[in-house]
Design a protein around this ligand. Structure first.
Ligand code: AHR
Length: 876
């Protein structure tokens, strides 16, 4: 009966909260019921903690088939993150503790606690068995000593042992001790749930608790229903819908200041965004530092020889490490020429793109082990050896020395190669072999690929976040991105494995990132690890239990402070001098630093984050520190992250969410409720994801719609960046991305144009408007959104209108409240059918007045930029 009532509530779209309030008044409920907690084996144990309830222990009702109330966040993405044999225990203080095995091999168990079994505190993974596993953990409580005992089984070969530890708080544990196998309580039961035998733990609990679980699951099902709404079902949803009228009346008196940094970009070296992408170097593996470990040994061709081969059999080619140019760059090639004409070829990143008539800078470090000078001919060649342009260097060095020469390409090609032909027999050692187009973005040496950089610049991003994402905190402690490894002469930079499974040369390093920001007038926003690696790390074990050891944290904190000195310090300071030596004596004027990236909010995180935060605040109160609140818009990391930020008074936090278009449609009020006295928000990663992960008009409009809400909340949301930014075709680890590219083309997505339109039409004052819509249906109303801003530099009024309906919206815009406006405005429209992935914005001029009409095509984003003489009323 209750379920029928609940369904009716859903059908009539009665607000869920009122439905819950009514239901909680039902009198004939049991005082207590049995609650069975278990994890099913479905999906290899990835489905998390489940509940079933019963009044008689005979008939069991699962709460939502396969509904997970708690998910294991241990280990890396994909095959790991399993919850094995969960054990739920009701503590003496009313707190629920859940512990479980994380797998069959690791010597840690996982722990999480909750008051209501719905909201869980962040998980921890204490390690007890260095070289053994930790199976079937269970909890008991010793009232006399006020201690929890946790026991588990461990199997090494044929030997099975039982061990235990004690704790009062699930944070500090006594050293583990062996116990008799027969002393284990073995409190798990096997029950039949929906025809399957499940193993779990039985508790007797108040009905209200179970009622809360049921409603949580129902609410979740209801949210899933809303959030999975997509344009595919629009025809049925809006079958009889006729064009809708909307009257938009601005209220200038209520205008408010909003962030002038709202739209920026998120750059991460993912999908070959850096090497082979934005970084203009044309040769792959120029330093011979590719290593099997970049790909965890899964690709035997991924080694120091990668992308290099000989042009015949009259030469040999070895990798040596005896006497490198720099210890950070230990590998180099030794080429032995038996007959002149033989040489070494680099295939670039799936070929080298050349343009006839354009110049390229070649450079190489050479030493001649046989002490004989050698001329090297450097030649761009086609697939069949055709000469596409050549140059030469005469090398006479017996120690490492850099040689440079320019060459002009004679042919436009996408798949050229570079050939190095020593003109004498004997040995020559080579390293840091490089070919750069002279035409880089803003003509910088060691610069950026001009077309890609320009496409990013065209967004007019107000900030650039770098170097990631997960790349910032890295795959295990050894892989944390260290900015100091990425500055200085290229040969001394320290390359490393990229967590996305390839190689980072660090050629695109901190200097190049800051320089790019300066070139495009964007604030640099470096994000550094909070002393912990990515919680999805493949190495290190036990999630983030492997934070930087506390004894090493002072050095790590110093690195962060040094970064600020490097960016902003006088050229006479130690680190400012290094910046000046790199060619930038003036400070970069760094204002923001992100600490952490969607980390798991453990005590280990909090301790290290606090240490870094306090040090930066003390020495550099002028820097805005951006904290982190987990990988999504709710849940334990989000809640705990916000708590930490609030306690510490962190000025801004970094939120992330990748969600369906339906989520964005139904969450436009997400920030309306945010407490303005707390941290500001940097929405550092977001994107609309559809099944199959395409980008098209539907995803683009969902983002455009949501951005109107971000502008409305621009007093609390200071910055936002779509993620990820770049993806090289054929080398993607993540879809969708904002801009795809190959060696010769740049392919912005429809979603890119939403960012571009917002970036090019940003404002710094929000002007509220009353939007009257002729339709009462909420589904219709939610698909029309409006934002009006003023750009104080130009005094232009910018009206943004999104129509996610399959019918036109006849908009009437009333600007009566604005001062004098010019009669002609520019209009930009992005429109198409929902799955259109080729749509491009079209701009024209339209006549406007204080009260003008404008039709918004079905599925469209329209921006009207109105020129004013002056605005009559100043904002609050
Ligand atoms: O944007 C891709 C990845 O998504 C980022 O590296 C990470 O922060 C998030 O999980």
């Amino acid at each position: 009966m209750k379920n029928i009532f609940f369904s009716l509530c859903l059908l009539t779209l009665l607000p869920l909260q009122s439905a819950i309030a009514i239901m909680s008044k039902v009198e004939n409920e049991p005082d207590s019921v049995y609650l069975f907690s278990y994890a099913t084996q479905k999906n290899a144990g990835h489905n998390g903690l489940h509940f079933a309830w019963s009044t008689d222990q005979e008939n069991w009702t699962p709460i939502g088939p396969e509904f997970r109330f708690l998910f294991c966040d241990y280990g890396r993405w994909g095959v790991e993150k399993r919850m094995v044999t969960p054990f739920l225990f009701h503590g003496h203080d009313g707190i629920w503790h859940c512990i479980w095995s994380v797998n069959e091999k690791d010597g840690a168990f996982a722990h999480a606690e909750s008051k209501d079994l719905v909201h869980w505190k962040p998980q921890s993974y204490p390690i007890f068995m260095e070289n053994n596993n930790c199976l079937e953990p269970e909890i008991s409580y010793d009232t006399a000593n006020s201690l929890y005992t946790i026991s588990w089984l461990s199997t090494a070969g044929d030997k099975k042992q039982a061990l235990y530890t004690t704790t009062i708080d699930f944070k500090n544990y006594s050293p583990s001790k062996e116990m008799l196998l027969s002393d284990r309580l073995n409190q798990r039961e096997r029950l039949n749930i929906s025809g399957n035998t499940e193993t779990g733990v039985l508790n007797k609990v108040p009905w209200q608790l179970v009622d809360g679980l049921i409603k949580t699951q129902q609410l979740s099902a209801y949210r899933d229903l809303l959030w999975s709404e997509s344009a595919k079902t629009d025809l049925a949803r809006f079958a009889s819908l006729q064009p809708v009228d909307a009257t938009i009346t601005v209220n200038n008196l209520k205008s408010k200041k909003i962030s002038d940094l709202l739209v920026g970009v998120f750059f991460e070296d993912i999908n070959y965004a850096a090497d082979g992408g934005l970084y203009a170097e044309l040769l792959q593996n120029r330093d011979f530092e590719y290593s099997l470990s970049d790909k965890e040994g899964n690709d035997t061709s991924w080694n120091s020889n990668k992308a290099w081969h000989l042009n015949g059999d009259k030469a040999t080619f070895n990798i040596d490490t005896v006497s490198p140019i720099h210890p950070n760059n230990p590998h180099y090639a030794v080429l032995r020429i038996n007959e002149v004409g033989a040489g070494l070829i680099n295939e670039g990143f799936d070929g080298i793109a050349t343009k006839a008539g354009e110049k390229y800078d070649f450079s190489v470090f050479v030493t001649n082990p046989d002490k004989k000078s050698k001329k090297l001919i450097i030649r761009l060649i086609g697939k069949n050896g055709e000469n596409y342009g050549e140059t030469s260097v005469s090398t006479n060095s017996t120690g490492w020395k850099k040689f440079e020469a320019a060459l002009t390409a004679t042919k436009t090609a996408s798949d050229a190669r570079l050939e190095i032909l020593p003109q004498a027999t004997g040995s020559v050692a080579l390293d840091m072999i490089s070919l750069f187009p002279q035409k880089t973005f803003r003509d910088h040496k060691n610069g950026l690929r001009a077309d890609l950089a320009q496409t990013i610049a065209d967004i007019h991003p107000r900030f650039v976040r770098f170097p990631g994402g997960c790349v910032s905190h890295g795959d295990g402690l050894g892989n944390i991105y260290r900015w100091k490894n990425t500055i200085g002469p290229l040969e001394s930079r320290k390359p490393q494995r990229n967590l996305w499974g390839y190689h980072q040369t660090a050629g695109l390093g901190y200097f190049e990132y800051f320089q790019f920001c300066e070139d495009i007038g964007a604030e640099p926003l470096p994000v550094i690890a909070a002393g912990v690696p990515c919680q999805n790390s493949a190495t290190g074990g036990a999630g983030q239990q492997g934070g930087i050891p506390m004894c090493d944290m002072p050095d790590y904190v110093k690195d962060v402070l040094d970064l600020i000195e490097w960016a902003n310090g006088d050229a006479k300071t130690k680190w400012g001098k290094k910046r000046a030596e790199a060619g930038h004596p003036k400070p970069f004027n760094l204002k923001y630093i992100g600490i952490g990236n969607e980390d798991l909010m453990t005590d280990i995180f909090e301790e290290r984050f606090t240490m870094i935060f306090n040090a930066v605040k003390e020495k550099h109160p002028e820097i805005t520190v951006i904290g982190t609140v987990g990988p999504t818009f709710e849940g334990s990391d989000y809640e705990e992250g916000w708590k930490i930020a609030t306690n510490l008074g962190v000025s801004m936090v970094d939120e992330h969410y990748y969600q369906s278009p339906g989520w964005f449609i139904h969450n436009q009020e997400f920030y309306d409720k945010y407490d303005r006295s707390k941290s500001k928000v940097y929405l550092g990663e977001y994107a609309a994801h559809l099944p199959g992960r395409p980008t098209n008009i539907e995803t683009a409009l969902a983002e455009a719609l949501y951005l109107t809400a971000l502008e409305r909340n621009g007093d609390v949301v200071s910055m936002a960046s779509y993620a990820p930014l770049l993806a090289k075709e054929g080398n993607t680890q993540w879809n969708p991305d904002l801009i795809y590219f190959n060696n010769i083309e740049v392919k912005p997505t429809v979603d890119y144009f939403v960012q571009q339109i917002y970036g090019q039409n940003a404002g710094d004052t929000y002007i509220p408007s009353i939007v009257m819509i002729s339709e009462k249906n909420e589904s219709v109303r939610k698909r029309i959104s409006v934002s009006v801003v003023c750009d104080s530099k130009s005094n232009d009024i910018i009206v943004k209108m999104v129509n996610m309906l399959p019918v036109a919206v006849n908009a009437k815009v009333n600007l009566e409240d604005i001062g004098e406006i010019m009669p002609s405005a520019t209009r930009t429209v992005l429109t198409g059918v929902p799955d259109d992935n080729k749509a491009r914005p079209v701009a024209d001029n339209i006549a406007v007045s204080k009260d003008f009409r404008c039709s918004l095509p079905p599925y469209s984003f329209t921006v009207i930029r109105v020129k004013t003489n002056t605005r009559e009323k100043t904002p609050n």
